[in-house]
Design a protein. Structure first.
Length: 767
C-alpha cells in the first residue's frame, strides 16, 4: 500500500497521530476517577487476582477538569493554534467524512460523549486465563457502532450476531477478539491465544456478571485492593489504577518464552538464526535476576491522578515485600534521607533526587542471578567469572573494598545546559554517594586505575594532580580507535569520560571531567537553594526516604530551541504534511505554562507510599509514544515510497533496475539521486493537490494554483516554494486533470525529456 500510494502513507501517519492523540487526551485529561454512582462496575466481575485494572467512572467531568493542566493549555496557545491549524483542519475533515458516511452529524461529536471507561487485564470471574477487557458507557458511541456494523463497507471486516439481547461483534481477522453492545454499554474483549474461551464467550461472561448473574471472588471484595485504595490520600482523584506487576510480568514472560522458539523455527533460512536465541538468553537472564531481587514478591500497586492549581498530582500506594534488595536499595527500608548534603549541591540546579541506596545488595543479587544462569559448560561465559579473576590477580574485592564502603546516601543533581555550548545540549550532571572509609576507597580506586593502565588496552584511566581547592580526578578514557576507527565515536571519546573524585566523605561522579573539576571547587564554597527548592523542602514529611525535584522549564526551553534549529533537516520529508515548519512555536509558548515538579517516597507499616506533583501525568508518556510510533511509521513508509521494496536476497545495489523499459527506451536506475529528487518533489506536488481538493472540493487546474496563499494556507499549498521547479533534467513536471475531474496524472519525463505516457523512463510518485 505504501509503495503504491505515498499519500496513503501520509494519511496512515495522520490516522496514527489522531489515534495516539485520542489516547493521549484520554490519559492527559484524567481518564479514570474513583467515585461513581454506577451500581455495577468491571471490578465486580474481575477476579481477585487481577493483574491490571483502571477505572474512570466520571470521564466527562474529568475532561472538563483536566483542561487546565499544562499539556492542554500549551495546545491552546495562539502560536500552536496557528502552527497546527492546517493539520487540525485536515484531521477534522477526515473524521467528519467518516461520521457523515455512516449518517452521523459531526457537530454532535464536539463534546466528549463518554460517561465512563474501565480497562482490565486479568481473569474474569469463572475464567482462569487472563483477557484484555475494556468497558465503555456511552449511548452515542454505541449508536455509532450500531450504524457502522450495518454498512456494507464494514461487513467484510465485522460479523454481527444476537445473543440474549447482546449484539456480539466478531472480527474474522482476529478470532480471539470481540465486542458486545448492550444498551449504552460496550464491552471489548481479547482472549489469550491459549485460552479455552473465545472473545465472544468472554464478552458474554462479563455481561452476565454485570447483570448480577455471577457473584463471587470479585476484585472489589479483595482485601488487598481495598487496603491500597484506603491508603490513597487524594479526595477526588481523576483516575485510579490497580496492578499486580509480578503477576503481569510472569504472564508476559511465559507468553514470550512460549512464542520465541516458534519464531526461531519459522525464520526464513537466509536470515541468521542467532537473533532469537540471544533474545531468549536475555529474557531468561533478566528473569533470573528479577527473582534474585525478589520482584516476584510484589503483591499490589495502586496509583491515582488528580488535578489542582493547573498541575497534576500522582499518588501511589504499594504492598511490596521490603526484603527485596531493589526495593530496600531505593526506599532505604524507611530510613529518612539525610538532607545535609543538599546545602552543598542545590544552588542553581534544575533538578535533583536523593535515595538511600544499598549497592551491595544489588551487586549480590545480580551476581547470584548470573551464577544460577551460567552453569555447567556455560559457566565460563559468566561475566562474574572474569571479575573474580581480576580481583584475585590484583588483590582487590569490589564488594568489600568498594561497594560496601558506599552509601546508603545517594544524591544526583544537574545544572541546565549553557546556551551556545555546542550543537547538542548537554547537562552537567553529578552523582554523589556517601563514603564510609575514605582511605580504603581511595586505595581501591588507585589500584584499579593502575591495573587498567598496565593492560595497554583501548581504555585507560587518567589521573589529575590534586590542588589546594580540588582533589585528584580519575577519568576513564577510550582510545580514539576503540570504536573501530569510527570518527563520530572518536569525537565522543575525546569529549566525555566517566570521572570521579573523593571530596571529604563523598564520592562524586560525572561524565564530564571539566565540569567535575569546576564543581569540586564550587562545593567547597557556601551555597544556597533557590526559592522554589526551599518551598518544596518545607512541604516534605520528615520521614521521606527519597526526594525528587525538577524544574523542567530550562530543560524544555533548551530542547525545544535545539529541535527548532534542526527542523530544516526534516523539512523535505515532512512537506507531505500540511504544517508550515517555519512557524514552529517558540519555547516560551510551552514553558510559561510550566512549573517545577517534585515528589517523595516513604515506607509505612503497610508498604510504600509516594506522592508527586508537577506539570504532566501519563499523557506525556502516551504522547511521546504516539509521536515516536507515528514518526517511525512516517519515515519508514516514506523510504518505502521513494526507494521501493528492498531486494529479496542479494545485497543492495544502488543501480538496481526496478522495471523493464519499453522497446527502444533507456533503463532507469532507482539509485540515481535525480530519480529520488524527482519522486520527492512529485510527492510534495501530489500532496498539495489533494489538500487543495479537500479545501475547495475540486482539483487545481494547474500546479501554479498551489502557490497562491489564503487564510488557511498563508504560504500556499506548497510551503517553502515560490515557484514550481523544473525536474532534475530541466523539464516541467507534467500535470493533467482527468475528464471526470476526480483524479489527475502527475509525472516527470525523466532523462530523455520526452513524454512516454507514464512508461519508459517517465517517473511517477508511485501513487
Amino acid at each position: 500500500m505504501f509503495k503504491k500510494n505515498p499519500l496513503a502513507s501520509c494519511k496512515f501517519l495522520l490516522r496514527t497521530f489522531i489515534f495516539g492523540a485520542f489516547i493521549s487526551v484520554f490519559l492527559a485529561n484524567g481518564l479514570f476517577a474513583q467515585t461513581t454512582a454506577s451500581p455495577k462496575r468491571l471490578r465486580d466481575v474481575l477476579s481477585s487476582d487481577a493483574m491490571i485494572y483502571v477505572d474512570a467512572p466520571d470521564f466527562q467531568s474529568t475532561m472538563k477538569r483536566g483542561s487546565d493542566i499544562p499539556s492542554a493549555r500549551i495546545l491552546r496557545e495562539e502560536e500552536f493554534q496557528e502552527f497546527l491549524s492546517p493539520l487540525f483542519k485536515l484531521a477534522r475533515t477526515e473524521i467528519d467524512k467518516m461520521l457523515v458516511k455512516i449518517g452521523e452529524k459531526p457537530e454532535n461529536w464536539q463534546k466528549c460523549p463518554i460517561k465512563s471507561i474501565e480497562f482490565a487485564y486479568g481473569a474474569p470471574i469463572g475464567e482462569t486465563a487472563p483477557a484484555v477487557i475494556v468497558k465503555i458507557d456511552s449511548a452515542q458511541v454505541c449508536e455509532l457502532l450500531r450504524k457502522m456494523i450495518q454498512k456494507p463497507d464494514y461487513k467484510m471486516f465485522l460479523q454481527v450476531t444476537d445473543s440474549n439481547g447482546i449484539q456480539i461483534v466478531t472480527f474474522p481477522l482476529a478470532p480471539n477478539m470481540a465486542a458486545g453492545l448492550q444498551g449504552d454499554t460496550i464491552i471489548f474483549a481479547a482472549a489469550k491465544t491459549e485460552s479455552e474461551s473465545t472473545g465472544p464467550e468472554i464478552v458474554q461472561l462479563v455481561q452476565k456478571s454485570l447483570k448480577g448473574e455471577v457473584q463471587k471472588g470479585s476484585l472489589a471484595a479483595d482485601a488487598e485492593f481495598t487496603n491500597l485504595l484506603g491508603k490513597l490520600q487524594s479526595k477526588q482523584p481523576e483516575w485510579v489504577a490497580f496492578a499486580r506487576p509480578a503477576k503481569f510480568a510472569q504472564d508476559m514472560y511465559a507468553s514470550l518464552m512460549g512464542q520465541m522458539p516458534t519464531a526461531v523455527a519459522s525464520r526464513p533460512a537466509r536470515r541468521p538464526r542467532g537473533g532469537d536465541a540471544m533474545a531468549i538468553e536475555i529474557v531468561q537472564l533478566l528473569g533470573g535476576i528479577a527473582t534474585e531481587l525478589k520482584l516476584d514478591q510484589m503483591t499490589g500497586v495502586m496509583f491515582a491522578e488528580s488535578y489542582s492549581n493547573g498541575g497534576v498530582t500522582t499518588e501511589t500506594a504499594a504492598l511490596i515485600s521490603t526484603n527485596s534488595p531493589l526495593i530496600a536499595a531505593f526506599i532505604g527500608n524507611g530510613k529518612p534521607v539525610d538532607r545535609a548534603f543538599l546545602d552543598k549541591a542545590i544552588d542553581g540546579v534544575d533538578g535533583f533526587s536523593t535515595f538511600n541506596v544499598d549497592v551491595t545488595q544489588l551487586y549480590k543479587a545480580v551476581g547470584n542471578g548470573m551464577n544460577k544462569h551460567f552453569t555447567g559448560d556455560r559457566a565460563s561465559d559468566n561475566p562474574f567469572k572474569y571479575i573474580a579473576e581480576y580481583e584475585k590477580e590484583n588483590g582487590i574485592s569490589i564488594e568489600s573494598d568498594l561497594l560496601s564502603q558506599l552509601g546508603p546516601e545517594y544524591y544526583s543533581y544537574s545544572f541546565p545546559p549553557k546556551a551556545g555550548a555546542g550543537p547538542v545540549p548537554t547537562w552537567d550532571s553529578f552523582y554523589v554517594l556517601r563514603v564510609r572509609e575514605k582511605a580504603k576507597v581511595e586505595k581501591t580506586i588507585a589500584a584499579f586505575a593502575k591495573s587498567l593502565n598496565s593492560m595497554k588496552a583501548k581504555i585507560a584511566v587518567e589521573v589529575s594532580d590534586p590542588t589546594p581547592t580540588r582533589p585528584a580526578v580519575y577519568t576513564l578514557k577510550l582510545a580514539e580507535d576503540a570504536g573501530g576507527g569510527n570518527p563520530a565515536f572518536a569525537m565522543v571519546a575525546n569529549q566525555i569520560g566517566i570521572s570521579l573524585a573523593l571530596l571529604d566523605d563523598w564520592l562524586v561522579i560525572s561524565t564530564n571531567p571539566v565540569a567535575l573539576k569546576n564543581e569540586l571547587r564550587n562545593m567547597k564554597k557556601p551555597r544556597d537553594a533557590s526559592a522554589d527548592v526551599k518551598k518544596y523542602l518545607s512541604t516534605l514529611p520528615a520521614e521521606a526516604s527519597t526526594l525528587t525535584f525538577n524544574d523542567w522549564r530550562p530543560v524544555v526551553r533548551t530542547l525545544w530551541d535545539t529541535m527548532a534549529s534542526f527542523v530544516g533537516v526534516a523539512a523535505g520529508r515532512m512537506q507531505a504534511i500540511p504544517v508550515d515548519l517555519q512557524k514552529i512555536p517558540t519555547s516560551q509558548s510551552i514553558v510559561k505554562n510550566m512549573k517545577p515538579s517534585s515528589g517523595f517516597w516513604m515506607l509505612t507499616k503497610d508498604g510504600i507510599y509516594g506522592r508527586s506533583s508537577g506539570n504532566f501525568g501519563l499523557e506525556l508518556y502516551s504522547s511521546v509514544f504516539a509521536g515516536a510510533v507515528g514518526a517511525s511509521l512516517y519515515f519508514q513508509t516514506s523510504r518505502m515510497a521513494f526507494a521501493g521494496p528492498p531486494p529479496d536476497d542479494e545485497p543492495d545495489d544502488t543501480t538496481t533496475v526496478t522495471s523493464k523499459p519499453a522497446a527502444g527506451q533507456k533503463q532507469v536506475a532507482t539509485g540515481d539521486d535525480r530519480v529520488m529528487k524527482a519522486k520527492d518533489m512529485l510527492l510534495r506536488l501530489e500532496a498539495g493537490a489533494r489538500i487543495y481538493k479537500n479545501d475547495s472540493g475540486k482539483l487545481p487546474g494547474n500546479l501554479q494554483i498551489l502557490l497562491k496563499s489564503n487564510d488557511d494556507h498563508p504560504q500556499g499549498y506548497l510551503p517553502g516554494l515560490k515557484e514550481i521547479p523544473k525536474d532534475p533534467w530541466g523539464s516541467d513536471y507534467f500535470y493533467e486533470v482527468t475528464e471526470d475531474g476526480k483524479t489527475f496524472h502527475l509525472r516527470s519525463f525523466g532523462a530523455n525529456a520526452k513524454d512516454d505516457g507514464g512508461a519508459g523512463d517517465d517517473i511517477k510518485s508511485d501513487s
